[in-house]
Write a protein that binds this ligand. Structure first.
Ligand code: 3HC
Ligand code: NAI
Length: 700
């Protein structure tokens, strides 16, 4: 079957699109639609139905074509052709009509959709705006305020809501094709004319004074420094203030500005990086997958409880085992509280909460785990304890059960060696809060079986996580890179920067939180406890933890105790700086013979980000990450790295590896080789004039 087929069924012309996997508007598809609409004007049809084969309606422009020279017909030309059709065109939507796909539907004169379908304009997530009339037609149908919300958020909208917003006309319950034909028949019988959205006018007087400026300000808080959301507001404003064609021209100009921006390049990189990360080199589509229909979790604390919620939300029953009944109850109470928060936010209903809770059963007895398909251990970070638990699991669990640990740092092989089935053992490293954070590091031990890895990667999708395969080393990908980043933050602090300065620099650059505030959130006692029992050599440079230790010794454990590096309002959790902390920092600097100095914002930014990148390069050399873009996914989804900068490795490529290498050499000369030796891969790529992306391409 070709990508576009046309068939006359009685007096209804049916245009069928078939461009797997998601009917993206590639050149071929655009040409096909354009031709079909044109030729249908000449035949006996009285109305046209545009419908798609496969899993979805059109999912948007073909993103892979954005970096290539444009080919006619442009999407806007196809859309004009549809809207100009003298016969009514009806879009029949299933799956998701997104971006350019929804813009095609908006150019049709009528829209019907399956009840399960969704429509949306997600371009903002790619650093773009709807560039084929979406910003001009949506406010004409749904109103200005609703259009601003919808296009700047980019979230898909279910059919029923879309109907209430007047974005679609008719919801079909089961058979879309039959439903669309019946709808077309009705329109023909009523002699309904082609109804063009562009002809709807918006009365500028109906728009409250200051609406656009207020919205711009709100967006600047929600997405500081981001171009696409601001440009979207200007486009919608143009839809109100300019005639349709002039509004379209403005939209195109601003779309191109976004398309050429570094922000969009980074976000488009992330779109493909996320999908590439799910693919494991050396595994094929034929690698068998084990069935996972039930889960066991050991340890119902902070992580275990959150992990359990992921599976319950996906309808998979969980046995949650803890040390005694009191611990089980504590775990269940926290889960209950978390579901209440989701309910308050309107994310789930009371019956959904009850259903999820009914899927999580507490236990203290390993014999309840005999039949489960996967166990995830999430007890204290203590390798001896973890080994004991794995040895027990080996005794109890049926053959074929996957045994996973949520350890943050420990050696998967050592844990696997406590069992007689190391091939069934892997790391499944969730991030806190585990019911919210999207990243899942799947850690491969030296003996982990291929089907275990393949099953874990597939399972991530079931529980709506983004998986990244990591090799087995201290801290895997994310936490291994975090060490030099946190080290530099602490060194900047003791050498002269303030906590506020460091956090402000990193947050205004785009990190979700600054590193010092993250320490307070995670709890300073955790690192303190982890250092207990380590030798001086294992603990590393005392200048990187002396301030934290001093704070813990004063009972300042972070947010949970109301004070850490900052002081926290018990009601609002708002933070304020604390002169007492400044005095501690100065005392520690004195104790280590450091003369504090002014440190520039630029130095802070470079020390923190370049230390991350240098460690990322080592991780690639060591084969711990499959590709640089996997590291980007880890940092964006697990550590709050700004997506519009594309992750640390993409950011490195975009500012130039030579610049990074030169700066690292300057830091080496200033601060010593121990922390600032350029990674051999970085040196090699600079010599060859290549980027990390070139290196990844060479490896394929
Ligand atoms: N262009 C090119 N390829 C696309 C694509 C697109 N718009 N959308 C998805 N794909 C590819 C993916 O890269 C993936 O390829 P792979 O199999 O080689 O990895 C494949 O299609 C399947 O995608 P998913 O794995 O994401 O499949 P799901 O079923 O999980 O999700 C989806 C389907 C909801 C449609 C999701 O793919 C999606 O959100 N796509 C992007 C939608 C989007 O952003 N559209 C706007 C594009 S910009 C635009 O239209 C500009 C216009 O205004 C001018
Ligand atoms: P936690 O202290 O909140 O919970 C640990 C739970 O394990 C407690 O409920 C405890 O009663 C239970 N437990 C202890 N010994 C047990 C035993 N012998 N049998 C059964 N249950 C037992 O710890 P948290 O934070 O949930 O961490 C768990 C694991 O997850 C650790 O390995 C940690 O490194 C890892 N992790 C933690 C993250 C975090 O941010 N807290 C993030 C990612 C991983």
């Amino acid at each position: 079957m070709s990508t576009v087929n046309y068939e006359l069924i009685g007096d209804i012309g049916v245009i069928r699109l078939n461009n797997p996997p998601v009917n993206a508007l590639s050149h071929g598809l655009r040409e096909g639609i354009w031709g079909a609409i044109k030729s249908a004007q000449e035949d006996a049809s009285q109305a046209l139905v545009l419908i798609c084969e496969g899993r979805t309606f059109i999912a948007g422009a073909d993103i892979t074509e954005f970096s290539k020279p444009p080919q006619a017909p442009a999407l806007s030309e196809v859309i004009t052709e549809i809207e100009n059709s003298l016969k009514p065109v009806i879009a029949a939507i299933h799956g998701t009509a997104l971006g350019g796909g929804f813009e095609v539907a908006l150019a049709c004169h009528y829209r019907c959709a399956l009840a399960s379908a969704k429509v949306g304009l997600p371009e903002v997530k790619l650093g773009l705006l709807p560039g084929a009339g979406g910003t001009q037609r949506t406010p004409r149908l749904a109103g200005v305020a609703a259009a601003l919300e919808m296009i700047t958020k980019g979230a898909p909208i279910p059919a029923a809501k879309a109907k209430s917003m007047k974005l679609i006309d008719h919801v079909v319950d089961d058979d879309l094709f039959e439903g669309a034909l019946a709808f077309a028949r009705e329109l023909i019988d009523q002699k309904a004319p082609p109804r063009r959205v562009r002809d709807i006018t918006i009365d500028p007087a109906s728009i409250p004074e200051g609406l656009f400026d207020d919205f711009r300000q709100r967006l600047e808080k929600r997405a500081p420094g981001q171009l696409a959301p601001q440009n979207i507001v200007s486009c919608v404003e143009a839809a109100v203030k300019l005639p349709f064609d002039k509004g379209l021209a403005k939209e195109l100009d601003l779309f191109i500005e976004c398309l050429l921006s570094s922000q969009s390049a980074a976000l488009r990189h992330m779109f493909f990086a996320e999908r590439r990360a799910t693919k494991v080199q050396g595994l094929s589509k034929d690698t068998p997958i084990r069935e996972i229909n039930s889960i066991g979790i050991i340890g119902g604390g902070t992580m275990g409880g959150g992990i359990a919620m992921n599976f319950a939300n996906a309808g998979i029953p969980v046995k949650l085992l803890d040390i005694d009944q009191a611990a089980v109850e504590r775990g269940r109470a926290v889960i209950d509280k978390n579901y209440n928060i989701s309910m308050k936010k309107g994310k789930i209903t009371e019956p959904q909460k009850a259903h999820c809770l009914s899927l999580i059963q507490g236990t203290t007895d390993y014999s309840d785990l005999v039949e489960v398909d996967l166990v995830i251990e999430a007890v204290f970070e203590n390798v001896t304890l973890k080994k004991e638990i794995f040895s027990k699991l080996d005794q109890y669990c049926k053959p074929g059960t996957i045994l996973a640990t949520n350890t943050s740092y420990q050696d998967i092989d050592q844990i696997a060696a406590a069992t007689n089935r190391p091939e069934d053992v892997i790391g499944l490293h969730f991030f806190s809060p585990a019911n919210v954070m999207k990243l899942l590091e799947v850690v491969r031990g030296s003996k982990s079986a291929d089907d275990v890895i393949a099953t874990a990667m597939r399972l991530a999708k079931t529980i709506k996580k983004v998986p990244v395969l990591a090799g087995n080393c201290y801290g895997f990908i994310g936490n291994r890179m975090l060490r030099p980043y946190a080290r530099e933050a602490q060194l900047c602090l003791i050498e002269g920067a303030t906590a506020e300065q460091i956090d402000t620099v990193m947050q205004s650059w785009g990190m979700a939180m600054g590193p010092i505030a993250v320490g307070d959130l995670a709890g300073l006692d955790i690192g303190h406890k982890a250092r207990e029992g380590l030798s001086e050599a294992e603990k590393g440079d005392p200048k990187t933890y002396c301030i934290a230790d001093a704070l813990v010794e004063m009972g300042r454990l972070g947010q949970k105790s109301g004070a850490g590096y900052y002081r926290y309002d018990p009601e609002t959790r708002a933070r304020t700086s604390d002169p007492e902390v400044q005095a501690i920092i100065e005392a520690q600097a004195k104790a280590y013979g450091i003369e504090r100095r002014d440190i520039s914002d630029k130095e802070i930014l470079n020390r923190l980000t370049f230390s991350l990148i240098n460690e990322g390069a080592r991780i690639l050399e060591d084969g711990i990450a499959q590709r640089p873009s996997d590291i980007d996914v880890v940092y964006v989804y697990g550590y709050g790295f700004p997506p519009h900068r594309g992750g640390p490795m993409f950011y490195a490529d975009s500012i130039g590896l030579k610049k990074i290498y030169d700066t690292i050499c300057t830091f080496r000369d200033l601060y010593g080789e121990a922390n600032w030796t350029p990674a051999p891969l970085l040196v090699q790529l600079v010599k060859e004039g290549k980027t990390f992306t070139d290196w990844a391409d060479d490896q394929r």
